[in-house]
Design a protein around this ligand. Sequence first.
Ligand SMILES: [Zn+2]
Length: 369
Amino acid sequence: MDTLLEADLTEFHPAEPPKPPALPMAETFFAGAILSDSLAHGYVLKGKASGALYNLALQVAQIVNCKQRPALTVNDQPALADLACGQCKDCRWVAQNAHPAVLTVSRFTYQVSDKDRPELLTSEELEKLAQKANWPTQIKTDQIGHLIYQLGISSEYTRVVIFTDAEELPASIPSDVPAPSEWRSLEATQERSFHIRPLQRHIFNANSVNRFLKTLEEPPARMLFFFIAETEEQLLETIVSRCQVVPCLSADSGSGQTVPEAYQAFLRGFLNRLAQNPDIYALGAEFGAFFLQEQGLSTTQALEVLQLYLRQHFMGQTAFSEHGFTAYRALQQDLATALRMIASKTNEGQSLLNLFMSASPHVQALLAP
Ligand SMILES: [Zn+2]
């Protein structure tokens, strides 16, 4: 097994040139904690740039498992990136997000076992999952049970567990994090990319959290927990009180990719009209006139703008109902279908009409109070 893995790893790309720190203050904080040997066992990484937060947790995971750590001290004031060798087997494993001691826990992790072991689910759960188009809305109790079991097995490594939410998007929108192995076996992953999103309260099931609190409070030796969040309010108090909260401000203030104001103004009105028993042909013409003729975008680019707009306006809302989630999810699937059809050279105008036709009730549900 080890030989196989070694062989696999030699095919991976060599280390990339160093990038400027994405989260300068938080990186300095962790460099100090590692060098002074004062890491806590649980951290809430708090900030808007969820992907960067997740990568920060991976970076710490790499350092604490690196077999050839450079001999540096606090006095050298090294950057966090200098604290791991980047070359040893463990470093490369973490860089690929395939290290056996680095676990990502999300709603999506569960989807694998749903499919593999449907007999473990009650018929009620199965039906609920099906209704939600196989999109689990929570981290489940037996998922946490499995985690506690895994962590109970002794290991030569420092175990790092990252709790996060994620969103699946078409592969045409690449993710800024390496997908954890837990997600790679998901069906048709080649067509999708997973984007890190902050945790929200409703993702935790009260029972599963209660089972986990003891482990979080008195973890076995050499174990680190990270929670990716935008604010403490989106996590349960029982978790926050057992962790150290680290504010993570991005170098670029973390807004990331945003939809230009003119596009937002158009889309606000457009989505409202789409929600109200629309004239699909008129809306298709309106959409084309604005994005294609006025703004000079391609249909694909216009749909990607719409995708981004929906994500920024509806994903990560604190008061997002399950109902809203389902509508949002259905809309993103409609969009993914349209993008796929356009990529396979289906008539673009017809693809847009199909999209607006099936999206109308979902937009209505999404905009409903
Ligand atoms: Zn290393």
